[in-house]
Design a binder for this molecule. Structure first.
Ligand SMILES: *[C@@H]1O[C@H](CO)[C@@H](O)[C@H](O)[C@H]1NC(C)=O
Ligand SMILES: *[C@@H]1O[C@H](CO)[C@@H](O)[C@H](O)[C@H]1NC(C)=O
Ligand SMILES: *[C@@H]1O[C@H](CO)[C@@H](O)[C@H](O)[C@H]1NC(C)=O
Length: 505
């Protein structure tokens, strides 16, 4: 829910995106020209060498990395995205948590001998790198909400420093890893399930899946609860225990580090930017594998209980029959934005033919259990809010009905409606009419709150939040809603009947 406040900021930022990029490249040019001046005599040989020593490929759109422009090929930062900065370091990478730094030393092998050579040139010219032996110094906050200053102010910043080989003795390796590391933060908006997936788990998948689990996660603003909550998924992405960057004072050494996470958009994976053309459907497959062991255990326990009752009870037999009916899951809220006539909705859905399950997840609900409930549902209904993030747990082809209260249309479509379609769900955005809102009884019919919500939300986040998010419930017009539900029922039934054919594809 916290993400509402960024509507206007975000739009504004999107509007100036081009200008900002132009500005960035100006800065880069300026910085480089300063460098050129000092090293002018050797410029040609530098360029030549960079061609030889580095993978100096002019293909900036290949997996979205302009890193190919780096002359020194040491620390390579892609700052072109509006949402995130991602830096790559290859060679002798060592962590130093005490100073929030990651060092890259002139290489142990020959791969980076160019770095040493380059630093020599610089030293010979005017000793420009000084006593520190620093070749390059970058700062990065490894969180995917770069455009949002307020939250970025709370995220730890890392110093990425490349140094000459001679300085390499400062921090001795306590732990050698022979696989790359990915550094990211679980601070910021972590704690809100939308952000946990949008700015955490999905970007982590995008950034690390090609390592095929041969990667170590180094976590800033590390929370034990987060590692527990997402443990099943983390195990599908990495064979190694995550490292708490602040809590672990040992110097960890890696052959490569990626600092920061890539992100493609709201709750999505853009296959055209992924190695192996991986999509959000592949991400969901990771979730399915992640939760399967736990779900299998739950099923086994239930079967054991049933067996203990000797012969199958009439209820159990009835349940088998029941399972042929399409299942509707209502993601229920009980504070604001609840459906006040939910009991009547349940009754109506039953009459249409659905099996109905009501789920009211809170922060402590095990994700595997939510996954199980949604993965076995044909239709999900929920009122717009962070819990809609769980549409990710629905099988592609199933139906997602989002009830959209007054004043939340843009957010509902942008954050959940559009991404749900990308996952292959059949999405229905049910925009409520004024009469279905609890605000109808509170405000005059001509009040802008009812007549023109966008004029109110434009006035600022605090209005959106207090009036439409925290102050609104929904009483569904069941006559109007019924049509969508019947449609969803018939669609689900037709899918069930064609399932054998679908599976044989
Ligand atoms: C990539 O995947 C998409 C579906 O996610 C598919 O339509 C497309 O043809 C694939 N492209 C390649 C090159 O495999
Ligand atoms: C999700 O549902 C599909 C189709 O019914 C099933 O094959 C799969 O095993 C389920 N996944 C989990 C983790 O239960
Ligand atoms: C909502 O549900 C939680 C637990 O499920 C309960 O503690 C809380 O009192 C409920 N709030 C309201 C307003 O009913």
């Amino acid at each position: 829910m916290v993400h509402y406040q960024r509507y206007h900021q975000w739009r504004k930022v999107q509007g100036v995106e081009e200008d900002e990029e132009a500005h960035n490249s100006l800065v880069m040019e300026w910085a480089n020209s300063g460098y050129y001046k000092r090293t002018r005599p050797k410029l040609l040989s530098l360029l030549l060498l960079s061609l030889l020593s580095c993978t100096f490929v002019f293909a900036p759109h290949l997996f979205g990395s302009p890193c190919s422009f780096s002359l020194l090929c040491t620390i390579c930062c892609d700052r072109s995205s509006i949402r995130t900065d991602v830096c790559t370091m290859k060679g002798d990478v060592r962590t130093h948590s005490g100073s929030s730094s990651i060092f890259l030393y002139g290489s142990r092998d020959n791969k980076n001998s160019f770095t040493d050579f380059a630093s020599n040139i610089v030293d010979n010219n005017d000793g420009g790198e000084g006593e520190t032996g620093e070749l390059q110094h970058e700062k990065v906050k490894p969180y995917t909400r770069k455009w949002e200053t307020s939250v970025m102010d709370t995220v730890d910043e890392l110093d990425l420093i490349s140094r000459k080989d001679s300085a390499g003795q400062d921090y001795k390796c306590d732990v050698y890893h022979d696989v790359p590391a990915v550094f990211f933060s679980t601070g910021g908006y972590t704690g809100n399930v939308y952000h946990e997936f949008n700015d955490g788990i999905i970007p982590l998948y995008i950034t690390s899946q090609h390592f095929k689990k041969k990667v170590v996660f180094v976590v800033l603003e590390y929370h034990n609860w987060w590692v527990t909550k997402y443990g099943d998924v983390l195990k599908r992405l990495s064979d190694y225990k995550p490292i708490d960057f602040r809590g672990d004072l040992k110097t960890h050494c890696f052959p490569e580090a990626i600092v920061g996470l890539k992100i493609h958009g709201e709750l999505t994976v853009d296959a055209s930017l992924m190695a192996g053309n991986k999509s959000i459907v592949d991400f969901r497959r990771v979730l399915d594998r992640a939760y399967w062991p736990r779900i299998k255990g739950l099923i086994r326990d239930e079967e054991r209980e049933t067996r203990a009752k000797l012969s199958p009870s009439p209820e159990a037999l009835l349940r088998i029959k029941e399972e042929e009916r399409p299942k509707l899951l209502i993601l229920s809220r009980n504070g604001s934005r609840s459906i006040t006539n939910e009991d009547l909705l349940v009754k109506m859905a039953g009459e249409i033919g659905f099996r109905v399950q009501i789920l009211s997840p809170d922060k402590s609900t095990e994700l595997a259990k939510i996954y199980r409930a949604l993965n076995s549902s044909d239709v999900m209904i929920g009122v717009h809010g962070a819990a809609m993030t769980h549409f990710l747990f629905m099988r592609p082809g199933s139906v997602f009905i989002q009830v959209i209260p007054l004043g939340t249309v843009w957010a509902a479509e942008t954050y959940y409606g559009e991404p749900a379609k990308k996952l292959g769900l059949k999405y229905i955005g049910y925009k409520i009419q004024t009469r279905e809102s609890s605000l109808y009884d509170k405000y005059d019919k001509n009040d802008p709150v009812l007549r023109d919500p966008s004029s109110v939300t434009k006035r600022g986040w605090q209005f959106t939040k207090s009036i439409y998010l925290d102050g609104q419930n929904v009483k569904l017009d069941l006559g109007r809603f019924r049509k969508h539900l019947v449609h969803a029922y018939e669609y689900s039934l037709s899918l069930k009947n064609t399932k054998p054919r679908l599976q044989s594809q």
